[in-house]
Write a protein that binds this ligand. Structure first.
Ligand code: C2O
Ligand code: CU
Ligand code: CU
Length: 532
């Protein structure tokens, strides 16, 4: 395995270690001048005024209230009266939310429908609730001070409707995205911006929302459904949302708050068995879902829809950034309570010197009360049969690598640039270049892709426009065949690991694939797949 490359420069190891330690503590970095301000984006009139010149102290970890009932997500209203047509407007705009007492409201950037600019509900974009076969037309209005797009994460939409970075919608401009949802596309998806080098910031400021595609023959249609959209928030004590620090760029941003439907540790009451859809909409935070009393749940779906059969007896499930899952959570046999956790998971975050940072501490996602229940509802033994993709002998190789040039990272003036210098996150040896085609595939040809992680930290691989099937994982010369046949569009790849998957694209055009730690995506861990 190729080790992480550090080209140590003028500052030497002592300063770098200090930097790493200060960042662990979540503090400003003493003696590092304006280093902490790296990544303040250029060209952000309108919002740049509120960006601090030195990193502001963060709000206390309990500064946001906890324990309110889980807010329902807003729903995007369908403006169409025609059967089978979903037509709506999504506006991306600054939105004030009064979060902290005694300071100015926090300005998020959020998606709103045309009717409502009511900013009292969750920041999470409104739920797009649609059906297989629907024709979808969404008019997107960009009221931000920078270009944006809407990407339909996981959905099989035409390449030119998928919000690629090559199709920016400029400030003040609008664009209507059009696609039809094919049979078999039922599942749990999301939408978020994908502009060149600006995706991380737009998502951490609030731009992301859920999509549910429903099937007429959904075997779980009668189950009560609950939605948990998990997001991450780094909030300064003065109520502002700080720009990315150098460590945020390197490891992906994790704030002091992890929120479910926009709130800290909301309260959920499970009075009957329920079907949960859970989204990891965080820039970089991994969610190892588990209840603190170890109780089991069932997994019934992944990114791209239902499994062939329920997986019973699951007590922890890892959702990497961008991933979704469908779960069955059962009411208790006696009244009880448990906390839904993002348990500790070590994704091998980097320090500024050789070695790793400690893992992110465990966080509570929700406080759950389980009402007593007589008998639990029977889950069908079979859900939806999944047809196994049979790969041709066409193979593709994707290699994640990284390079840290300490000299460039510490150059005077480096922090004045829009992106940190000297940090390279690469695919097949190169950072993303909009002018380059990384791989070429033929339409309707099932291929085997191998995603090899030659770095020292985890990276979630994501491919646009399709759902793939993981075939096997290989690590340290050992190959483990995947036993779970499932539709995914995002899969975690550990350091030194290779993940083999089967995938097929059905439409000609350019598709993106990238690490779904959004800072890494913006820094160039992304490639273009040309489908011919
Ligand atoms: Cu969710 Cu290319 O992204
Ligand atoms: Cu995507
Ligand atoms: Cu990454």
């Amino acid at each position: 395995m190729k080790r992480r490359e550090f080209l140590s420069g003028v500052l030497g190891a002592a300063t770098a270690t200090l930097f790493a330690r200060a960042s662990v503590a979540g503090e400003a970095m003493p003696g590092m001048g304006n280093m902490g301000n790296m990544g303040g984006m250029a060209g952000m009139s309108g919002t740049s005024a509120e960006m601090p010149h030195a990193p502001a102290p963060l709000a206390a970890a309990d500064a946001l209230p906890a324990g309110a009932p889980l807010a329902a997500l807003r729903t995007l209203a369908n403006d169409s009266r025609e059967a089978g047509v979903f037509r709506a407007t999504l506006i991306a705009q600054p939105a004030p939310h009064a979060l902290l007492p005694g300071v100015a409201p926090t300005t998020f950037w959020q998606y709103d429908g045309a009717q409502s600019s009511d900013h009292r509900g969750p920041v999470i974009g409104p739920l797009i609730d649609v059906r297989e076969g629907d024709r979808v037309e969404i008019r997107f209005v960009n009221r931000l001070a920078q270009p944006s797009t809407i990407h339909w994460h996981g959905l099989p939409v035409p390449p030119d409707q998928d919000g690629n970075p090559s199709k920016p919608i400029e400030p003040g401009a609008e664009h209507t995205y059009r696609f039809t949802l094919p049979k078999g596309s039922a599942g749990t998806y999301w939408y978020h911006p994908h502009p060149h080098m600006l995706s991380a910031e737009q998502v951490f400021r609030g731009l992301a929302g859920p999509i549910v595609v429903r099937a007429a023959d959904d075997p779980l249609a009668a189950w009560p459904e609950r939605h948990l959209f998990v997001s991450d928030l780094k909030l300064a004590a003065d109520g502002t949302i700080p720009a990315n620090s150098m460590m945020d760029w390197m490891n992906g941003r994790e704030g002091q708050f992890v929120l479910a439907n926009g709130a800290r540790e909301p309260h959920i009451e499970v009075v009957r068995d329920e079907r949960w859809r859970v989204w990891n909409g965080c820039n970089a935070r991994y969610l190892l879902l588990a209840f603190d009393d170890g109780r089991a749940f069932a997994q019934v779906g992944t990114d791209g829809g239902l499994l062939g059969a329920p997986r019973e007896g699951v007590s922890s499930l890892l959702l990497a950034p961008g991933e979704r899952a469908e779960l069955i959570v059962r009411a208790g046999q006696g009244a009880s309570a448990a906390r839904l956790l993002a348990a500790q998971y070590d994704r091998r975050k980097m320090a500024m010197t050789h070695g790793s940072l400690p893992p992110t501490p465990m966080a509570t996602l929700a406080q759950v009360k389980f009402a007593p229940q007589e008998a639990s509802k029977a889950l069908p033994a079979q859900l939806l049969p999944i047809e196994r993709l049979v790969p041709s002998d066409v193979k593709k190789s994707v290699v994640f690598s990284e390079e840290m040039d300490m000299h460039a990272m510490h150059q005077p003036g480096a922090s004045k640039r829009s992106m940190p210098q000297g940090m390279h996150f690469m695919i097949n040896g190169e950072s993303y270049d909009p002018a380059r085609v990384t791989l070429t595939s033929r339409r309707n040809e099932v291929e085997t892709w191998t995603i090899a992680n030659q770095t020292d930290m985890d990276h979630p691989f994501h491919l646009h426009g399709t759902q793939f099937q993981v075939l096997a994982r290989e690590s340290g010369g050992q190959r483990i065949e995947e036993t779970l046949l499932a539709w995914r569009d995002t899969v975690n790849v550990k350091p030194g690991e290779s993940v083999h998957l089967a995938t097929v694209q059905h439409e000609a055009g350019d598709r993106m694939f990238h690490c779904h730690i959004l800072e890494h995506e913006d820094l160039g861990m992304m490639g273009t797949l040309r489908v011919i």
